[in-house]
Design a protein around this ligand. Structure first.
Ligand code: NAD
Length: 316
C-alpha cells in the first residue's frame, strides 16, 4: 500500500449547490476545513446566492473564500464534491433516481474532464451513490479509489447513534459498521459490533441488557428507513450527510488517515468486482487508499454478495 502524502491548497469545488451542497459548504466553512470553496450549479444564480450567504458569516467564524465558480476550478482543486441531482420524493427509493441522476452525472463528467486536475480526489454524494460512484470513476478513467462515494457512512453513523442510545452510552464507544448499498441492500455487521472493543453479546450479557434477533431487527429497520422518514417529515435530508462529508474532507485535505464505510469500485476484494459498494476503507489524501477485508458471519457475507449482484444489474 502506498499511502502518499501531498501538499495541497485545501481547495474544494462543490458541484450541485442545492440543500446538500450548500449545507456541505456551510459546514466546511464553520469547521475551517478549506481555504477556498468554489460552488458550481446549473442554476448559477443559486450558486451565487449560496456563496454570498455563506461568505457573510465568515468574518465571525472561518477563513475560507467561498465563491460561485466554473468548471475551471477543478483545475487546482484538491477535492471535488459532487452533489448535483434530484432528491427522492416521498415513497421513492434511491434506485428510482438512477436514470435522471446518471444523465446529470454524465453532463458533469463531460464538463469536468477538460479541466480536471488528475491528482484531485472526487467524492460523490448524489444518489444512488454506489451506482453513480462507479459510473463517475469509470467515465473519468480513475477507478482506484480516487473517486469514492459517501456510501454507508451515514447509515453507520445512524446505527452508531441508535446503539449508543440503546446501551445508554456515548456514541464514541460504539464500534459498528453498515456495509453494502446505501439503500435497501445495506448490511449491518453485527458479528463485529463492539462497545469499546468488548463484543456486543458479551457487553450486553454482563450488563443484563437484552440483545437478540428481535432487537437487532428493530435497529436495522430503523436505520434503513431513517432517510425516508426524514424526507416524509421535511422533504429533504442534508445536515447529517453534510457532517459526514466534513469528516471525510478532513481526512482528504488534512491527510488525517481514517477508516470509514465509504463506497468505491471493487477490484476482487471479497471475490467481487465491477461494482461500487461500501466496506470499512482507509480514507486519506487519495480518497479510498485501501478497502479492508474483514471476517464476517456467513450470513452477512451472503447478504453482501446478494447486494453486489443486485447493484451490478443496475450498472450494466
Ligand atoms: N449520499 C447520501 O447519503 C445523500 C444524503 C442526502 C442526499 N443525497 C443526494 O444528494 C443529491 C442532492 O440532494 P439535494 O437535496 O441537495 O437536492 P436539490 O434539488 O436541493 O439540489 C440539487 C442541485 O443540483 C443542481 N443540478 C441539477 N443538474 C445539474 C447539472 N447538470 N449540473 C450542475 N448542477 C446541477 C440543481 O440545480 C440543484 O441546485 C440527491 O441525489 C440526493 O438524493 C445523498
Amino acid at each position: 500500500m502506498n499511502l502518499q502524502m501531498k501538499f495541497n491548497k485545501r481547495k474544494v469545488t462543490i458541484i450541485g449547490v442545492g440543500n446538500v451542497g450548500a449545507s456541505i459548504a456551510y459546514a466546511l466553512t464553520i469547521r475551517n476545513l478549506a481555504r477556498e470553496i468554489a460552488l458550481i450549479d446549473i442554476n448559477e444564480e443559486r450558486a451565487k446566492g449560496e456563496a454570498l450567504d455563506i461568505q457573510h458569516g465568515i468574518p465571525y467564524m472561518g477563513i475560507a473564500n467561498v465563491y460561485c465558480g466554473t468548471y475551471e476550478d477543478c483545475n487546482d482543486s484538491d477535492l471535488v464534491i459532487i452533489t448535483a441531482g434530484r432528491n427522492r420524493r416521498v415513497g421513492e427509493t434511491r434506485l428510482n433516481l438512477i436514470e435522471d441522476n446518471k444523465r446529470i452525472m454524465g453532463d458533469i463528467v463531460d464538463k469536468m474532464l477538460p479541466h480536471l486536475n488528475r491528482s484531485a480526489t472526487i467524492l460523490v454524494v448524489s444518489n444512488p451513490v454506489d451506482i453513480l460512484t462507479y459510473k463517475c470513476a469509470q467515465w473519468l478513467g480513475m477507478e482506484r479509489g480516487q473517486v469514492f462515494g459517501t456510501g454507508n457512512i451515514l447509515d453507520t453513523s445512524r446505527m452508531t447513534r441508535y446503539i449508543a442510545d440503546y446501551v445508554r452510552l456515548n456514541t464514541e464507544v460504539v464500534k459498528c459498521n453498515v456495509v453494502g448499498e446505501h439503500g435497501d441492500g445495506q448490511v449491518p455487521i453485527w458479528s463485529r459490533l463492539s462497545i469499546a472493543g468488548v463484543p456486543m453479546d458479551e457487553y450486553c450479557e454482563n450488563m443484563h441488557i437484552r440483545w437478540d434477533d428481535e432487537i437487532r431487527n428493530q435497529i436495522k429497520q430503523k436505520v434503513r428507513q431513517q432517510g425516508a422518514e426524514i424526507i416524509r417529515a421535511k422533504g429533504k435530508t442534508h445536515y447529517g450527510i453534510a457532517t459526514c462529508v466534513c469528516f471525510l474532507a478532513d481526512a482528504v485535505l488534512n491527510q488525517r488517515l481514517t477508516i470509514s464505510t465509504v463506497s468505491s469500485p471493487f477490484h476482487g476484494e471479497y471475490g467481487i468486482e465491477g461494482v461500487s459498494l461500501s466496506v470499512p476503507s482507509i480514507v486519506g489524501v487519495n480518497g479510498v487508499e485501501r478497502r479492508l477485508e474483514e471476517r464476517w458471519s456467513e450470513e452477512e457475507y451472503a447478504r453482501f454478495c446478494e447486494t453486489a449482484e443486485k447493484l451490478k444489474e443496475f450498472i450494466n
